[in-house]
Ligand binder design. Structure first.
Ligand code: GLU
Length: 475
């Protein structure tokens, strides 16, 4: 059975890149009827941000990425397990205690850099004899445990599902730390122990972990374990081909929620950062992604994070929704916004806005005039070179025709009322459509007046037109 995991380090709010790894691991497991595990890699006590686990879980939940809480792992609760394996490696002579002080290591690195050599540990404590070790321990000297990089093989290679064969020389590798002096394992060590222990079949992570992979494979070999299959996902870059930064949209994933993007959009968009289904299809439902996702179709060239594409996908998803579903999304996005509002007004205003929205904010922030009293300057009511008099005529004409009907059943109905006003008063379209639109929305840009009339219905339309007439009259 396929088993994948998302193994975030809780050092802050998860960003686009972290979440993309979670999505790929999740989709792959789901597509193969396998299992997806959440593992919190909280062994770096210095970089730990206590609220980060909550952020991570919230972000995953928002995206509909679910995991089994019973199987969730916190590495900090498994220290005895890492210690056990470190002890095995010590006994077998595949690891050793290192007592080198921070000062010595810093000085070593500095001198290596000065000499133009690659910085790395010089294996100084590799051959300490038992007596030396006991003496240092008795003196209370702190130690770490380092893994002994074996003499052979000289090269570690693996078949990366995304990148094909990758091979890296080991002779330039230092004896790396597996257990720190605080009793916590390093990322490299705990990661390997846990992937094995949890029977992870596929490690799916960003390509920045490629340099760590030979270390992991050396550990698997030392422990006589079969390594999982590795898939290193391509780097994400901005539209300008530069490394993704905040400027390109590399912010916390929940910022996208706060800005009115749908969870399904983010899932779709982030999956396209490295994956395609072999066709030009760009909009996928959650179910389609689960069905079609395959690691074999993940490319290795950098994936471009294009905000325009994100906006387009969000707009398309909004348009594909049924109004009751869209209403639910708005409610989730801003629970107060629709509270106590008439359901018909909600339905009609969302119908008007649906084709125009890029994000949910376009409704809750830019189209709040449907739901609240509006304020605008009287001058806005006068179109282009038109006059106060013809504007008044236009508004009064629209008031009259609207007052003459029982109800406004469709935007077309409303349009007819406005056209009658134009014709009967002998005015231009601009003298009726423009002021009525401003009277109803208070905005220079908004959907057409007949659509807003339909959404607001007769009484509210009349009220707003009357207010506008008063405004113009007082000019
Ligand atoms: N804890 C690592 C991270 O922060 C996990 C990398 C991996 O998936 O092996 O991303």
């Amino acid at each position: 059975m396929i088993k994948t995991r998302f193994a975030p380090s809780p050092t802050g709010k998860p960003h686009v890149g972290n979440i993309r790894s979670a999505i790929f691991a999740f989709l792959y497991a789901k597509s193969k009827n396998g299992e997806f595990i959440l593992r919190i890699e909280d062994t770096d006590r210095e970089r730990l941000v206590p609220e980060a686990v909550e952020y991570i879980e919230k972000s995953l939940k928002w995206l509909g990425i679910d995991w089994d809480d019973e199987k969730k792992v916190h590495q900090s609760k498994r220290l005895n397990i890492y210690q056990k394996y470190a002890d095995i490696l010590l006994v077998e002579g595949r690891a050793y205690k290192c007592f080198c002080s921070k000062e010595r290591l810093t000085a070593l690195r500095e001198s290596q850099t000065k000499e133009g050599k690659p910085p790395g540990y010089d294996s100084c404590c590799r051959d300490l004899v038992k007596e030396d070790i006991e003496k240092k321990e008795k003196e209370g000297q702190e130690s770490v445990i380092r893994f002994k990089i074996p003499e052979s093989p000289k090269e570690i290679a693996w078949d990366d599902v995304v990148r094909g064969k990758v091979s890296i020389r080991t002779d330039i590798q230092e004896d790396f730390v597996i257990m720190k002096s605080d009793g916590y394992p390093t990322y490299n060590f705990a990661n390997v122990i846990d992937d094995h222990d949890m029977e992870i079949t596929n490690v799916i992570r960003g390509e920045e972990f490629i340099p760590s992979t030979p270390k992991h494979i050396s550990l698997y070999m030392a422990l006589c374990w079969e390594p999982p299959t590795f898939s290193h996902l391509p780097v994400i870059i901005g539209a300008d081909k530069k490394k993704l930064s905040k400027r390109h949209g590399d912010t916390a994933i929940m910022d996208y929620k706060d800005n009115g993007y749908l969870a399904d959009t983010m899932l779709n968009f982030l999956t396209l950062l490295g994956w395609n289904d072999g066709t030009t299809q760009e909009i996928f439902t959650r179910e389609e992604l689960i069905k079609k996702f395959d690691l074999k179709r993940v490319g290795k060239s950098p994936a471009v994070f294009d905000i325009e594409r994100l906006n387009w996908i969000n707009g398309e998803k909004i348009r594909a929704m049924k109004i009751p579903d869209l209403t639910k999304e708005v409610e989730k996005f801003n629970p107060e916004f629709l509270q106590g509002k008439e359901s018909e007004l909600i339905e009609r205003s969302l119908t008007v806005m649906q084709t125009r929205m890029v994000t949910l904010k376009d409704f809750t922030e830019n189209a709040d005039y449907f739901f609240k009293d509006i304020d605008y300057s009287a001058k806005t009511l006068i179109f282009g070179k038109s006059t106060k008099e013809s504007t008044l005529k236009g508004l009064k004409g629209a008031l009259k025709t609207t007052d003459g009907v029982n109800d406004i059943d469709s935007p077309d109905d409303a349009s007819r009322l406005l056209k009658v006003a134009v014709e009967s008063e002998g005015l231009s379209n601009g003298d009726v459509f423009w002021p009525v639109r401003v009277a109803l929305s208070g905005q220079e840009k908004s959907p057409s007046p007949n659509e807003i009339m339909w959404a607001l219905r007769k009484d509210e339309t009349l009220k707003r037109i009357k207010d506008a007439i008063n405004k113009v009259e007082s000019l």
